[in-house]
Design a binder for this molecule. Structure first.
Ligand code: ZN
Length: 257
């Protein structure tokens, strides 16, 4: 079955910074999307912040099975209404992959319910991303239990997130810090995968294993066919399925919202 993917990107750094533009001449979103397009079962589109409605119209949202999200300098420019809509689509079953500095994206904070703070340092240090969950589908195709990135920005604990439902990767950095760099949560009927690498001044989205993990993540958080769907709202179910013996008078006035 095919998976409809929307690669969402802030797409500001490439327009302002020469180093970023040289690493990603067509934007980070195209580096990710062009890898994904090699798989015939992935139907890949891109959307960026400066498009009308950030490229995320209701039609796009309804026709997306999995969205990837990269943002950094302009989280505040994402309209609250759009962030709410994306979060709601996740609850309804859409998969979401939040990358790197997307830890501060409105949609991620909405779904986590925490501040998502972390420590950071840009010093081009080595990162080792350790698999701490062998057998997890997100690790499929990796040649070893450690992805090595020669130069990355450091993210360190404490990362202020809710306890992940599944912890897949933990990063070690040359400077000494560690970080929970691959985490999965279920929210409503959908799943969220946070994956850490991807600072804009390093070519991490050209790294074969990083791209492989993003692709595996897409397949993992994609909606499952034939499952019970998420119901929105809290209906009052007056008629019962079985007879209820108790005689009880309800004061309707205290149930009004
Ligand atoms: Zn960064």
């Amino acid at each position: 079955m095919s998976i409809r993917v929307t690669v969402w990107h802030e797409y500001r750094h490439e327009k302002k910074n020469k180093t970023v533009a040289e690493i990603y001449p067509k934007g980070m979103h195209e580096a990710i999307a062009s890898h994904l397009r090699k798989s015939p079962d992935l139907i890949v589109k891109t959307a960026t912040l400066d498009e009308p409605e950030h490229g995320l119209t209701d039609e796009v949202l309804q026709n997306t099975d999995v969205m990837t999200w990269w943002g950094h300098m302009a989280h505040g420019d994402v309209k609250d209404e759009i962030a709410q809509k994306v979060a709601q689509r996740v609850r309804e079953g859409m998969g979401l992959i939040v990358l790197h500095s997307g830890h501060y994206a409105k949609v991620f904070k909405l779904l986590m319910g925490t501040n998502c703070h972390l420590k950071w340092r840009e010093a081009a240090e080595k990162e080792r991303i350790w698999v701490v969950n062998p057998g997890h589908p997100i690790t499929r195709g990796l040649n070893s239990d450690c992805i090595v990135i020669d130069h990355e920005e450091m993210y360190g604990e404490h990362f202020d997130i809710p306890e992940p439902d599944e912890l897949v990767f933990v990063s070690w950095f040359e400077g000494g810090e560690v970080f929970r760099s691959g985490c999965v949560w279920k929210r409503g009927g959908g799943r969220v995968f946070y994956f850490r690498p991807g600072h804009e001044t390093f070519p991490s989205y050209h790294h074969a294993d990083v791209l492989k993990v993003i692709e595996n993540g897409i397949r993992y958080v994609a909606p499952q066919a034939g499952v019970i769907q998420y119901r929105n709202g809290s209906p009052n179910i007056k008629p019962s399925l079985e007879p209820i013996k108790a005689e009880h008078v309800v004061d309707e006035s205290i149930h009004r919202h």
